[in-house]
Design a protein around this ligand. Sequence first.
Ligand SMILES: Nc1ncnc2c1ncn2[C@@H]1O[C@H](COP(=O)(O)OP(=O)(O)OP(=O)(O)O)[C@@H](O)[C@H]1O
Ligand SMILES: O=P(O)(O)OC[C@@]1(O)O[C@H](CO)[C@@H](O)[C@@H]1O
Length: 304
Amino acid sequence: MIYTCTLNPSIDYIMHVDGFQAGGLTRSHKTFYYPGGKGINVSRVMERLGVSTIALGFIGNFTGQFIINSLEQEGIKHNFIETGDYTRINVKLKGEQESEINGPGPNVSEVQLTQLLDQVRSLHGEDYLILAGSVPSSMPKDFYNQIADICLQKNIPLVADTSGDALRQLLGKQVFFLKPNEHELGELFDTTISSVEEAAYYARKLVEQGAKHVIVSMGGKGAVYVDSEHKFYANVPKGEVKNSVGAGDSVVSGFIAALSQGKSVEEAFRDGVATGSATAFQDDLCQKEDVDRLKEEINISPII
Ligand SMILES: Nc1ncnc2c1ncn2[C@@H]1O[C@H](COP(=O)(O)OP(=O)(O)OP(=O)(O)O)[C@@H](O)[C@H]1O
Ligand SMILES: O=P(O)(O)OC[C@@]1(O)O[C@H](CO)[C@@H](O)[C@@H]1O
């Protein structure tokens, strides 16, 4: 079974605005509420791609209930731990530019932390764990590290989509798949990545340090896949970007869904990029028909 784990879920409150006025009143002309958080996005996209998951993580109060209701309406199984605190609401402002305000997350008790670690301990080598997003500010900073160690002991393939300190903790660990974007990868190596070759060079460093598969997403500039044998580049399809929230999570979903269906890494890379773009071209997350259509526009070429 594929498990996603979102330590810090959110309701994503998308507000479309014309000319945002800091310090004044801005009225939004279009709003959307979506269940969010990176692992939850992965569960929602994988369900649309025909692959079932179980969503784990911390949830609470009426904002958490919104997420549970939304997932149940979409037929997604879950086994969340109730914190008794509010699941955050993240505000995504869409004007001439996209701006995001993400909350710090709930208070999580020691007992609840132990419950989640026990859930991870109960998984097996034939499962996957997709751990994605930030760690609530009340939690120990090394929580990614703790989960990675359990996965190592139990041979559970760990997929991680995070940034900053949480991503740094995974360096040197056997991780099944990492998907940093070019900025997150650059931050990790204290550099700026400005070309496909540089992305491939630093992605290979992640592989040398224990990651089995790495995709570096570079927004509209394409994406890079690296493992110990291959280095590939994928272009992205052309289209109007409506919403980049969840596009990176969709790359993870498409890639893992394809591998779980027995496809090659090259095909899985194409599926991942198509899934990311299909989400970027939608208000909410992608639909499978769009992924299938966009796949035709993606060429995978070796990076020399
Ligand atoms: N301009 C674009 N045109 C086509 N596809 C795009 C564009 N921007 C993003 N995408 C799609 O979204 C994927 C993820 O984009 P990006 O590199 O911005 O990841 P990210 O920063 O992790 O995303 P997120 O906004 O979810 O945090 C890309 O690999 C691509 O498939
Ligand atoms: O604050 P985090 O956990 O880093 O990111 C949370 C978040 O921005 O990521 C998702 C998109 O990737 C959104 O659904 C959500 O609001």
